[in-house]
Design a protein around this ligand. Structure first.
Ligand SMILES: Cc1ncc(COP(=O)(O)O)c(C=O)c1O
Length: 363
């Protein structure tokens, strides 16, 4: 039997296309693209073609062989950052965080600083910098010297006066906690400490990166210059892939970190096909469509305020569970998290599809 760690919908999905899931109980509109994993929506033809072509050649090589898509995808990711650096590929977001944590622990002494509300994954390392007593405490003790500070600059500067800091872990828009952007004074404090004290800045872009907020990376909105950028979710175009981008440094020597599977060549092909669509013009569209969707969500009778950037939107609601249930009855899949509703639709969702979602949510 399956471990009961998830509570899946009781639906049998026959196929999925764009923002639609075709199931044994009818067609559903997916407003969170497989938990933020499908920037181009379900089964985009270019991604499917890339998967098929690669799988016909090989499905796995191991890390003893170089798939040319690995350096190609690494260069594309670095080009998005506009910086030099190295890319370590992993199989998931949490694994990308493990690479970041090992790089920090190897190169800096001091506290690993995270913030109330941050989510970085469920492996023991990533969980060590993830907020939430309920999900952490059953697994204590975790990595030592992790501190959780209130999500503001004053708390960070006060902590820094009394403690040595190795790194700060940022989710520039906290996703799982309900879509809360980094306060400006926290970004300012991070920049000061990086400049004056040489702390490492880790930007977790697993959920907010790759165009979701209308920029390649969410940290760009806050004037930050991270030393490590972690990626996951969308970079495999729906297949498992993660990455840690080390900007202007090289933390690992040969043999210090690795994985049998990473990077999987089929995931790389899907990722490459996906990244080809994340263009400046798509980013402009994401910003425009996000604003339109957010403004119109605000007008729904059950909405109690909205926040977010681009197509990463949080909507407060008195009873998110009930809203999710009603939406489901009308054929819309909503994600309830952080005490509200979180929208992470495909970046390619059309205006007509947005209007269709809005009219179905108008109850
Ligand atoms: C911001 C953030 N970091 C890390 C993770 C962990 O990624 P994964 O579930 O691929 O391990 C997630 C997943 O939800 C996330 O949203």
């Amino acid at each position: 039997m399956l471990a009961p760690v998830y509570a899946p919908y009781k639906l049998v999905v026959e196929r999925a296309e764009g923002v639609r899931l075709f199931t044994d109980k009818g067609v559903f509109l997916d407003t969170y693209s497989g938990i933020g994993v499908l920037p181009l929506g379900h089964s985009h033809p270019d991604v499917v073609r890339a998967i098929r072509e690669k799988a016909e050649r090989y499905t796995h090589l191991s890390n003893y062989f170089l798939d040319p898509d690995a350096p190609a995808l690494a260069e594309s990711l670095l080009a998005m950052t506009g910086r030099q650096g190295e890319v370590y590929f992993a199989n998931s977001g949490a694994e990308a965080m493990e690479a970041a944590l090992k790089a920090v622990k190897k190169n800096r002494e001091g506290a690993l600083v995270s913030f109330e509300g941050n989510f970085h994954g469920r492996t023991l390392g990533a969980l060590s910098v993830t907020w939430g007593p309920a999900i952490r405490h059953p697994f204590d003790p975790l990595i030592p010297h992790c501190a959780f500070l209130p999500f503001n600059g004053e708390a960070l500067l006060k902590f820094a006066r009394e403690n040595q800091i190795a790194a700060v872990f940022l989710e520039c828009i906290q996703g799982n906690s309900g879509v809360y952007p980094l306060p400006a004074d926290l970004a300012e404090a991070v920049n000061i400490l990086r400049k004056e004290r040489g702390i490492l800045v880790v930007a977790d872009e697993i959920q907010a990166g790759l165009g979701r907020t209308g920029r390649y990376f969410a940290y760009e909105h806050f004037g930050l210059s991270p030393d490590i950028i972690t990626m996951g979710k969308g970079i495999g175009g729906g297949l498992p892939l993660g990455a840690a981008i080390f900007c202007e440094w090289s933390p690992f020597a040969s043999g210090e970190h690795g994985s049998t599977f990473a990077p999987n060549p089929v995931s790389l092909a899907a990722g490459k096909a996906t990244l080809a669509h994340i263009t400046p013009s798509l980013l402009g569209e994401v910003a425009r469509k996000g604003e339109r969707l957010r403004e119109r969500m605000e007008l729904l009778s059950w909405a109690r305020g909205t926040r977010g950037m681009g197509l990463m939107i949080g909507v407060s609601a008195e009873n998110p569970g009930e809203i999710k249930k009603k939406a489901f009855e009308r054929g819309v899949l909503l994600n309830a998290t952080g005490g509200g509703i979180r929208l992470l639709p495909a970046l390619t969702i059309s205006d007509a599809e947005i209007d269709e979602v809005l009219s179905l949510l108008n109850f």
